[in-house]
Write a protein that binds this ligand. Sequence first.
Ligand code: GLN
Length: 493
Amino acid sequence: MASLHPNTLTAHELLEKLKNKEISALDIVNFVFEKIKKTDPNLRAYARLDAGLKDGQIMGKEGILKGLPISIKDNICTEGYNTECCSRILDGFKPPYDATVIRKLKEAGATILNIKTNMDEFAFGSSTENSCFGPTRNPWNLDCVPGGSSGGSAAAVAADEAIFALGSDTGGSIRQPASYCGVVGFKPTYGRVSRYGLIAFASSLDQIGPITKDVLDSAVLMNVICGYDPLDSTSVNIKVPDYTKSLVKDIKGLRIGIPKEYFIEGMDPEIKKITDEAVNQLKDLGAVCKPISLAHTEYAVPVYYVLATAEASSNLARFDGVQYGLRAENSAVMIDKRKSETDNKLIRMYKATRGKGFGEEAKRRIILGTFGLSHGYYDAYYLRALKVRTLIKQDFDQIFKEFDCIAAPTTPTPAFKIGERSQDPLSMYLSDIYTISANLAGLPAISIPCGLTKDGLPAGLQILAKPFSEEIIFRAAYTYEQNTPWHLQKPKI
Ligand code: GLN
């Protein structure tokens, strides 16, 4: 038995200990479960706590992750384990198959924890308050949100209730909670990781990615989950490099753009100061940092909310009580006399199920998205938003002709208080102002810890690059991380 609690270590440190037989796979899982039992009643990083702890099972397969348990967001299908998107409408849903990322993790020998991490319902949100299981709290300050929608994965990793985890990012849901919780979150290029088995929110934006304690773990996990998958028609067939090879401590001459539109009025002054310091550090390490302009940045949030809600309204149409999860029979819906009794019964069942099954934010998005796609409004909203999306992408294409990557804050403020923004959807939507553009343009982007505010809340530095240039991001992020103390700071929980 190791002297240090193994759940506090990184995946690569544990792999070393497993190799040297200083520790067993069972020890690791037991320590993780012990920690979950101790802290999760307060933190709620996991969705259904009681359901899972009974039968944690260790994978026996040989592979580079053999012996390591991994925590999975509740919207990624795991065969036989509850996958409910933290929504009542998927109550009790156990997928009959594994998502491609889960299959790859199992083939690499990882143990999939049978309890899933908490999230905003269907990944709609920036605070993990929209979960039918109740909100996750921030391990650095239990009165604050952990960010969202992958808040459960980020909080679990930060609080050592997980070794590492998977999240999903449609508009910032990996990077924003990683930033609020002081861990590393990576959103890969669109098409780099298979979406097969990821319950869709907005299919043209969604990507699965790792949430880890450091950059090396992120690269290790990316090596496993990336790659072409014929089961996902948007998956791209480009060879996956060994990302750990990009982890060199050298950014001399790297051309980094600093977008002036990301330093806006209303930005928290401490976050501004911390980001400025991080940029100075990158300069000291030899990077050439210059101001750039991404002129259409101000349209990113409105464009995203037109497109993401449109896609969500269509993706959520399948949850009607017939095939998955909840079925509610009784509703007070008026009988339509022109329809048969059977039709009336069916419609009543659809309406009752969707009425009871979806939470407030999901309903808001279905209504917004359906409106934006409806006849007479389609051109004015959906089509126009698609055109502006292209302009946003072109801004980046231009910049990447001259620059290797872009550095910016991940979020405009540190973690906010629970309840502070839940009654004001617009202020909530603005939490992702710096992360959404990467999804609209399909770019890879990381968030790494870069400081703490006076109140002891973490801040994140975001690094973006052109599609399929994850290696540049890893090189810049690793160099920064290895020359700063931030990834070693832990919350006291
Ligand atoms: N917070 C954004 C939203 O509410 C992004 C969510 C996500 O990336 N899944 O849509």
